[in-house]
Structure formats: C-alpha cells, structure tokens
Design a binder for this molecule. Structure first.
Ligand code: ADP
Ligand code: MG
Length: 239
C-alpha cells in the first residue's frame, strides 16, 4: 500500500473511485499484445505518461474513467490504445454495422489529429477508422461509413448525430465511448449533443471522459455518462 501511495505522489496522481488499479510504469506491463507493443516502440515513447499509467490499466480492466490532466500529458493514447484492444476483443466484426468504438471530440482540427494518431495503430490490426467532422462533406463521410464498415469512428458531436439521422451509421454495436476535451465541448455549446450521444449509446457500454480542466458541467456529464468510474486528476489543474 505504501508503494502505491508513494508512486501516486511521484506521478502527481490524485485518484478516486472504488478499487482503482495501481499505476503501471512500463509499457511491457500493460496487457498489450506484441503487435501493439511493437507499434508503441516505433513511436519512440519510452514509458507511459502519468495519466496513461493509471487510465490505461483502469480502461483495460473494463472500468469507466474520468481523466483530468493538462494539455500535452498524453491523454489521446490513454483512450486510443484501450479502444483498439476493446475492438480486437469483439468476436463479431461484421462489416455492415456502426462503430464498435466512438471517440467524440469538440473540433475538426482535433478530430483530424486523433484520426492521424489512430491510423498509425489501427493499420497494425486492419481496423477501419473513419473521421467525421462538421465542415467536411456529409455525403463523403456517409459513404465512407457505409462502405468501410468503420469499427472506430472519430467525430464531432453535431456531425455524428446528423449521420445517424441520415442512417449512414448507427450506435447498435457501440460498446466503447470516449468524450475527449469535455471542457471545450461545453465551451463550444455542444452540451445537448453530447448528452444525446451519451443517451443513445447502449447503456452497457464502457465510457471514458477526458478534460484538461475541472468544470461543473464536466462533473455533471461524468455523473450522467459514467458508471462507477475510476477518477484521475494528474498534476496541477486550473479551473
Ligand atoms: P493531450 O491530449 O493530453 O493534450 P496528447 O495525447 O496530444 O496530449 O500527447 C501530447 C504529445 O505527447 C503527443 O506528441 C504524443 O505523441 C506524445 N506522447 C503521448 N504519449 C507519450 C509517451 N508515453 N511518451 C512520450 N510521448 C508521448
Ligand atoms: Mg488531447
């Protein structure tokens, strides 16, 4: 127990929720397969960042996660690698259905950035990734979703709702849901859309939420969307 407390202190982690896992400080100690470890090695990352050291074991154990850490702390991989592991664990990879994992981000720029990162790791497993954001062609995105049978979709909130309404995709097999930059999602006025997505994705999904700041609305969404989460605050966090 002392070791865990010291380790958390060293990594500047504050942890809440029932039975949180221990921080894991080496990639080799995550339960990742060889292919993912090799892809990570190629990224030249030496060890998990502090938020990754706790969010990843929590997510891999099936827990919901609320992760708060400042920009640049490595939050993308903290949900992306567990999303990929989750997709590879599904036995039914039928191609004509909606995403198994859905990553919701506030802006087109961030969607493209996460998509670029996701493609590097998804190509290792032949996972189809589609990026759907406002400002891009709705028809092109609809066709991509229909044709590629995307297992992983990275989207902005308004656009994915439109695409579901158009029946270009659906949430029927979505069992892994991520809200990234939740604070900015609210700043940009996407509260209703975010709530709607959370309500329409099946209740037996695993859900992860990340934010760079604390906000009351982030707390409220966490209460609504997350079930018994491991709560992680890493480093000094502003309002
Ligand atoms: P955040 O979403 O918290 O702002 P990002 O996920 O965008 O942070 O990561 C910030 C940078 O750190 C990116 O360039 C990313 O490739 C890099 N990075 C992520 N994980 C690691 C790691 N374990 N070791 C070194 N660099 C990392
Ligand atoms: Mg980020």
């Amino acid at each position: 127990l002392m070791d865990v407390i010291k380790l958390r202190e060293k990594l500047s982690l504050r942890v809440g929720g029932l039975n949180p896992p221990k921080p894991v400080c080496s990639f080799a100690h995550f339960s990742f397969d060889k292919a993912l470890l090799e892809a990570i090695r190629k990224s030249e990352f030496e060890h998990p960042t502090p938020i990754q050291s706790l969010a990843i074991p929590a997510a891999l154990s099936g827990r919901d996660v609320l992760g708060i850490a400042k920009t640049g702390s490595g939050k993308t991989a903290a949900y992306l690698w567990p999303a990929i592991v989750h997709i590879m664990h599904q036995s039914d990879l039928k191609e004509d259905e909606g995403p198994i994992a859905l990553i919701v981000v506030p802006t087109r720029e961030l969607a493209i950035q996460v998509y670029t990162e996701a493609k590097r790791f998804c190509k290792v497993y032949n996972i189809n990734v589609v990026c759907a954001y406002g400002g891009g062609s709705k028809w092109e995105q609809a066709n991509e979703l229909k044709n590629e049978g995307a297992e992983l979709v990275i989207c902005t909130p308004g656009r994915i709702i439109d695409l579901v309404k158009m029946e270009a995709t659906n949430f029927l097999r979505t069992t892994f849901l991520v809200f990234d930059e939740a604070d900015r999602m609210f700043d940009m006025g996407f509260e209703a859309q975010v709530k709607s997505i959370s309500d329409h994705v099946r209740s037996d999904r695993q859900c992860l939420m990340f934010s760079a700041t604390f906000k009351q609305k982030v707390e409220r969404l966490a209460r609504d969307a997350l079930c018994d989460p491991v709560r992680i605050v890493q480093g000094e966090i502003g309002e």
